[in-house]
Design a protein around this ligand. Sequence first.
Ligand code: 13P
Length: 249
Amino acid sequence: MRTQIVAGNWKMNKTLDETETLLSELSAKLPNTEAQVIVAPTFVNLALAKNSLESSTIQVAAQNMHFAENGAFTGEISAEMLQNIGVDTVILGHSERRSHFGEEDDLLAKKVDTAIKKGMTAIICFGEELGDRKSGNHFSVVERQLKNALFHLEPKAWAQIVLAYEPVWAIGTGETASPEQAQEMHAFIRKTIADAFTPSIANTVPILYGGSVKPANAADIFSKPDVDGGLIGGASLKVDDFVAIIKAI
Ligand code: 13P
């Protein structure tokens, strides 16, 4: 069986104090689950999160990192810096990185390489824009994103990859892909990976859905066979909503 994951991407939200409060509430209310629960606070609060979750099963991820070891990259964070505070999981390629900060697939591929080389787990985000879906190009867009970011990898690197399909039109909009749309795309992603690598790799890699997952729709989305969990934005900032979503898996 594939690992099931519910990850909260907190984006640029929560101060140090608010992070502490949310984590202690989440720890107190965490339901008994076999799913992996991950939170991704902002960089400055990662060390606090690691410390306060020391005896918890909740894991901590970063929202981004640079591909270089170190050097003159003002404002950036390296893999070594993350690992030095115990953070071994990183979200890469989020659509907000792509749209607001101009990150393209070739940059993402370099970041993926660094994460793999350093032994980290990389949660790779991708997904089509509204125009792509309306014009029926969503499958080819997703296929191209996967190919550009990941198809150069050695087969064994896939053990460190988690995929997150996040249709851009569903992020923060309240509009969710239907469970059927999510399943259709996840099955397509698995087939694309099976063709490029092996069915075994395709059947093992967890594929999360992201985009306006809420307590009200989580169970339906998670019930689909190729959906292995969710990458949650807004709803992960409210402890009761995030807990309800974890319970839904
Ligand atoms: P929302 O759940 O707020 O739509 O955000 C999804 C997302 O971008 C997670 O990375």
